[in-house]
Design a protein around this ligand. Structure first.
Ligand code: HEM
Length: 459
């Protein structure tokens, strides 16, 4: 066995402080200094940072049976209950099979029109208006999940309520310090009270929707599919289980996609030649009409643009596992109970796989050498049996939304804006976020589309 190197620390307090104050920098420095497998003690727990794609694949895929849920995910249990993201073992196995019924290719395709509908009816940016692109994308993707999940069953008041509650929940986790510094959710601090109220509000809406659908008959929305889903013994989900899964889909499903869109739109604004190529593709294929699911295979450049956005700014910047047994990875012995950490942020910028890794270059994906890219050099959706169940949903949604937005608007980053990211549960823009100025395009995306249309300010 190879001895595993790592930063010193008997109890790991210093490592905890360094990780908490600058997580991305801490992972980067340790990777640069110690290599592909790094042992980091944090408060008497051994963390193993795994940076080689082959070892990541071994852990997530081939040794998945001896990998449990990581400890960090615990902080989500208060809000999500035991849904797919937070459960483990037999419960997870059963739920994954049931949930898969709502994510078949046919079901996913059926959500496409709702996605386009939402973005077309909700986008009301005015000429020259300044928007916060992350907030705007969150609003859109939340509305998409609400409509796909509940159909047209939610009224405007419910949507507003769910929206406000989700913002509180997002804000809670975005500013959540490491588990050890956190005041337990039961303690009535103002933050915890806000979280509790938000969860109650979501519960009220979700339980009401479940009761209504059970009483009035099922539709073709996602919640109806989950209510109808049965395991091999003919058993469906309880109301509590349905609630946990619905809230999980809300949380896991909107913020990640919003971040992929916000970061990609930011990158496009910094690379005018990418915007030009993208618009030429949209123009050629769509000629100004609305995009549909059938168009997606003819929009390979849009696909590469979003993929490159996911590479540079992976919304899930780490994926974790807990070793359920002693396990060997790439010649290193990992003891039972250790936490394994695979960081998309680190691996996606590894110069061994990505020349000039910091550059936003959608066409890098066409280079012949990318054909031999190790499978887990790019893993924005994790991998193995627990791979993101919404990955195809997310890819389709991001493309449909990006295309519709780009057809209608040129978004200009305000001059003083710089993207700095804050890693919390997801990787988000730091502080007040990214401000962009809205320039509507002429009705049909023109080939000189980076030249904004001159439109007078709407009242
Ligand atoms: C760009 C968007 C998204 C990204 C980057 C993303 C990323 C991830 C990652 C990294 C995981 C953990 C995988 C692992 O542990 O190996 C995950 C799990 C999950 N994601 Fe996503 N996700 C996205 C969108 C979505 C959407 C749209 C949905 C639902 C509509 C969704 C639902 C879930 C669920 C339920 C899990 C838990 C799966 C399980 O443990 O079985 N995600 N996602």
């Amino acid at each position: 066995m190879i001895p595993t190197p790592g930063p010193p620390g008997r109890f790991g307090l210093r490592n905890l402080v360094r990780f908490s104050s600058d997580s991305l920098g801490f992972l980067r420095r340790n990777t640069d200094e110690y290599g592909d497998v790094v042992r980091i003690k944090v408060l008497n727990t051994d963390f193993y940072l795994i940076n080689h794609p082959d070892h990541i694949e071994e852990a997530l895929v081939r040794k998945a049976k001896v990998m449990g849920r990581d400890a960090y995910i615990e902080i989500l249990v208060y809000t999500l209950g035991l849904g797919l993201l937070t459960s483990d073992g037999d419960l997870w196995k059963r739920q994954r099979k049931l949930m898969a019924q709502a994510f078949t290719p046919r079901r996913i395709r059926s959500y496409a029109d709702t996605m386009v509908d939402v973005v077309q009816s909700e986008l009301h940016w005015r000429a020259d208006e300044v928007i916060n692109i992350h907030d705007e994308m969150s609003r859109l993707t939340m509305e998409v999940v609400a409509r796909v999940l509940f159909g047209t069953g939610l009224d405007a008041r419910d949507i507003e309520r769910v929206h406000t509650a989700m913002e509180t929940i997002n804000e809670y986790y975005a500013n959540s310090p490491e588990a050890v510094f956190r005041v337990p959710t039961q303690v009535p601090t103002p933050r915890n009270i806000r979280l509790r109220r938000a969860v109650q509000q979501i519960d009220e809406v979700v339980y009401r929707m479940i009761a209504r659908k059970r009483a009035e008959g099922l539709g073709d929305d996602l919640l109806s599919t989950l209510i109808a889903a049965c395991d091999d013994g003919g058993q469906g989900m309880t109301d509590q289980q349905l609630r946990d899964e619905a809230v999980t889909l809300f949380l896991a499903g909107h913020e990640t996609t919003a971040l992929n869109l916000a970061h990609t739109i930011y990158l496009i604004s910094k690379y005018p030649e990418v915007e030009r190529t993208l618009l030429a593709e949209l123009d050629g294929v769509l000629d100004g009409r609305s995009v549909t699911q059938d168009d997606l295979k003819q929009l390979p450049y849009a696909d590469r643009v979003l993929k490159e956005g996911l590479r540079l700014y992976p919304p899930a910047w780490t994926t974790g596992r807990a070793a359920l047994e002693d396990v060997e990875l790439g010649g290193h012995q990992i003891p039972k109970g250790a936490q394994l950490l695979f960081s998309q942020w680190i691996v996606h910028r590894d110069p061994r796989y990505y020349p000039n890794p910091e550059a936003f270059d959608p066409d890098r994906w066409l280079a012949p050498e990318m054909k031999s890219l190790p499978r887990y050099a790019f893993f924005p959706f994790g991998g193995g049996p627990r791979v993101c169940i919404g990955n195809h949903f997310a890819t389709m949604e991001a493309t449909l939304l990006l295309v519709t937005i780009m057809q209608r608007y040129h978004l200009e980053l305000l001059p003083e804006q710089r993207l700095e990211v804050a890693p919390s549960v997801t990787l988000r823009p730091k502080g007040p976020g990214l401000k962009m100025r809205v320039r509507p395009r002429p009705a049909r995306a023109s080939r000189n589309a980076t030249e904004p249309a001159r439109v007078s300010r709407a009242s």
